[in-house]
Design a protein. Sequence first.
Length: 280
Amino acid sequence: MNDYEERKQARIDRYREKAEKARQQSSQLSHESVSMLEHIPPGQPILVGHHSERGHRKLLERSDRKMEQSIAASEKADYYEHKARAAESNTAISSDDPAALEKLQAKLARLQEKQTFMKTVNAYYRKHQTCRGCEGVSPELAAELDNSMADAYSWVTAPYPSYALSNNNQEIHRIQERIKQLERNQDVGFQGWEFAGGKVVANAEMNRLQIFFDEIPPAETRKELKSRGFHWARSEGAWQRQLTRDAIYAASRIPAICPTDGTDPRKLQPTAKSKNTPER
């Protein structure tokens, strides 16, 4: 499990812990609400004018407040449980993930395969007026597609509509652009540096700017690292964030990790290439 996955799992665990805590609180409040009324016989009305009236009303009010708090805590538990499930099922590929490039390339291959499949099926249907016998189409899918065409409007000439092909093609181009951007970042050749008490490493393979300290840094430095977007990665033994020019700039603003020779870390980095600059 890499640092990105560790932080994702830690976030899920925090949500579940908060959900469980709120669930327990809800149960406790509900129990207290019911317990308050245990000594009152079921169906006992408020005796208006009796010396017990005032106490009876106040007891009911306190019990109601407890029950309202119990319901609020239960809703809070549901909220955090929903957050945990959403984080767990989130399959979006973040550029912050060290495996982002590999995942994006796999997703691109699936999208391109889907595009080819839809075009092939459409061409086969236009020629044969059925999807049965089309390579790669199961009998079940063929029957489903044929049935959809039987119920379609007269101007529909193929199982997969043009908007499906268009939308998928747009997603292909979007993923291709993300891949190019990540590859550009990896090809930049960012440079690390040494500072008094440690070193900064531009880890292109993991797509991370990593800060290694010889000893645990002071609380003030740790606070500044967090404020600059760096996170502690136990698995790496380093403070790190995604490797970008913004990360280099953020690191350059932290006095505790300035290069020993006083050079601005930004001046150690290669000049950014224009997107239009031809490669040699």
